[in-house]
Design a protein around this ligand. Structure first.
Ligand code: PLP
Length: 438
């Protein structure tokens, strides 16, 4: 299909996500892609775009990565999918063992689904059901952070505090309690990020003192609240929240759907606080950005509360593609890349390099709160409400895919960004900023 064909037919037949479709008739471009290679996406005329946001935070090792491709080709010749109720297979067993090992064995039981919102739903349902099974049925409410994002199904929206995604559906939703975010941008003059974290934790403590008897779980995005605009916080918050959850008998759910798999600088973000959650949700990067896959890891203690003669005390949740063999194999190939290429260490240098190249942008007179956690870099721009859309267009015109959230520009590149790529990215972003501010 030619570029023009692809665009015309897409607009007629495809209802694109997270989009007011009428904007495509006005000034919102729709980009046709026929091929991907490494950091680059190509259209039918050979026009190219550097994928600066890892295609919605999922791609870790580039498009059409030869090693993941080879693993998938091998898996395709063996087994594409099999029902996971009553059946099992090697990729799902190996993946479960390896993920558990990455938690130091603390979270030894893996439950699978296909997308992040479903992982959130699974963690919420398991926590609720755990308290039922252990004789505490009054613990049935959830606590979430201001600005938190955990997916957009009706259940996940209950713990998502992003008005634009939630408000239209408010009558459908049993909204969770919302406590203050430890977002370090709230620091008053002279305050550190850890001070903000302690203040937010004190608010959580006050809340739990009053309500813990009804609370099943606290759900957090550790270190970086993505959809809130890459709001970053000090690990101190996670340490204090973990201690409060222990004291008040409340589960801690770490939603690492975006920040897991090396994105925060460690393989799991919660490692930086030296804590372990009761539930850990992974998706997005887990399959290298190849196939829909999500997983919830939990502890022996939770698992054992469901292990019983009574069927109804079991966790009967299911999805048709649970534990899909191809997706699990893509995830295994992704974990192999981490191990074989010393990715976390190389990402430290990669992130440092990009941060240094972005220093002039950080010092720009309209730029506020330049921040970084691992392979996530972001800044806010003092500008009118149309800025984000203009920046997006100006970046595309310079062969760069960046997709601001409001007036927050962020970078979440794949872990194959070389020095030249980083220089290209920084220069194109700087030029797009100037153009979008004019
Ligand atoms: C993307 C995301 C989700 C939802 O994942 P989907 O696969 O889009 O349903 C949940 N939580 C966080 C933190 C996310 O970034």
């Amino acid at each position: 299909m030619s570029n023009a064909d692809l665009l015309r037919r897409s607009l007629a037949a495809v209802w694109h996500p997270c989009t007011q479709m009428k904007q495509h008739a006005a000034d919102l471009p729709l980009v046709p892609v026929v091929r991907g290679e490494g950091l680059w996406l190509y259209d039918a005329d050979g026009r190219r775009y550097l994928d600066g946001i890892s295609s919605w935070w999922v791609n870790l090792f580039g498009h059409c990565n030869p090693r993941i491709n080879a693993a998938l080709a091998d898996q395709l010749g063996r087994l594409e999918h099999v029902i996971l109720a009553g059946f099992t297979h090697e990729p799902v067993v190996q993946l479960s063992e390896r993920l558990s090992a990455l938690t130091g064995g603390a979270l030894g039981h893996c439950f699978y689904a296909s997308d992040g919102a479903s992982a959130t739903e699974i963690a919420l349902k398991m926590s609720f059901h755990y308290w039922q099974n252990t004789g505490r049925p009054e613990k049935r409410e959830f606590v979430a952070l201001a600005g938190g994002y955990h997916g957009e199904t009706v259940g996940a929206l209950a713990v998502t505090d992003v008005a634009i995604f939630r408000d239209a559906y408010a009558p459908l939703i049993r909204a969770a309690h919302v406590v203050p975010s430890p977002d370090a941008r709230q620091a008053a003059p002279g305050e550190t990020a850890a001070d903000v974290a302690r203040r937010a934790a004190a608010a959580l403590e006050t809340f739990l003192e009053d309500h813990h008897e009804r609370i099943a779980a606290l759900i957090v995005e550790p270190l970086v609240q993505g959809a809130a605009g890459m709001a970053m916080h000090d690990p101190e918050y996670l340490r204090l929240a973990r201690a409060l959850c222990d004291r008040f008998e409340v589960h801690l759910i770490c939603d690492e759907i975006a920040v897991g798999c090396g994105r925060s600088g460690t393989f799991f973000a919660h490692e930086q606080a030296g804590i372990k959650p009761d539930f850990l949700c992974l998706s997005k990067g887990i399959s290298g950005g190849y196939l829909p896959l999500s997983v919830v890891l939990t502890t022996d203690r939770v698992y054992e509360a469901f292990y019983d003669d009574a069927t109804a005390r079991g966790f009967l949740h299911s999805h048709s593609y649970t534990g899909n063999a191809l997706a699990c194999r893509a995830a295994l190939a992704t974990l192999d890349l981490f191990a074989e290429d010393d990715v976390l260490a190389k990402n430290r240098a990669r992130g440092d390099k990009l941060e240094a190249l972005l220093a002039p942008l950080a010092a720009h007179e309209k730029v506020r709160h330049f921040r970084r956690r691992g392979m996530i870099l972001a800044f806010d721009v003092e500008a009118d409400v149309g800025f984000g859309r203009r920046f997006y267009r100006e970046a595309l015109a310079r062969e760069l895919l960046l997709r601001p959230m409001g007036n927050t520009v962020y970078f979440m590149p794949p872990y194959i960004l070389g020095d030249d790529d980083a220089a290209f990215l920084a220069a194109a972003a700087a030029a797009a900023l100037e153009a979008a501010l004019r």
